[in-house]
Ligand binder design. Sequence first.
Ligand code: ZN
Length: 232
Amino acid sequence: MGDIDLISAWEVARGQPPVWRGVTILAAHGAEAPQLFGVGAREAGVLAVYRELIGERLDCEAHCDTCGERLEFSLTPQDLAAPSGAASPRVDVDGWTVTVRVPTTEDVAWAIDQPDPNAALFRRCVVAAARNGVEPPTGCLPAFVRDACERRLDELAPLANVDVELACPACGQAGRAPLDISAFVLTALHQWVATRLNEVARLCHAYGWAETDVLTMSRWRRRFYLAQLGEL
Ligand SMILES: [Zn+2]
C-alpha cells in the first residue's frame, strides 16, 4: 500500500469513532478484514505500522493525577511487548470451566450501543461456560468467575490494555497511566502525514506535477527529486 492510501485512511480515521480508527489504518496498510482481528492483534498491527513509518521510539506524554504536572516519557515497542508464554483461553476456577475469546473491534463497536456495554461485551467474550460439567441455565457467571475471565482476557490481549508506570518528578507520586496505542499512533501519524504533504507541495511547486502523481511515486523517488532541488 502506498502513502496515498495511508494519508487518505488517516483523514477518514480522524473523523471516525475512536474504536474504528486502528481498523481503518490497518485496512489501508493491506490487512484483510482487520475489524475481525482480536483487539490485541489489532493494536499489535497498528504498532507495526508505526514502527514501519515512524520508528522504534514512542514519545508519550501524560499528566500527574496528583499535581497535574505534564510528564514526558519515551517507550520502545519492546517495552509494550506481550509477556512470554501465551495465556490459555480456558479458565478453571472453583469447579467452573470457561472458555473465553478476545473481542474484535466489531464486538466492541456493537457493545458500545448496548444498555450495559461492559456486560454485553463480556457475554460476547464467553465462548462456553460450565460448572462441574453442567452449563448454567441463564449463562450468568458469578462475580469471581467473571473477574478471573476478565484477567485472562487482559493476559490474552496485553496490547489492548497497556498501563505505563510513571513517577512524577514534581511531587514524587508514582502511578500508572493507560496508553491507548491506536490513539497514540493516530496522533503520531498527523506529523507523518504533514511531512509527506509538505514534500508533495514542494515537488508539485518545483516540477508542476499533480498531487496524485507525486503521492503514487515511491518514497525513494520523492526523496531523489527533492535532493535534486537541493532541499534535503
Ligand atoms: Zn505530580
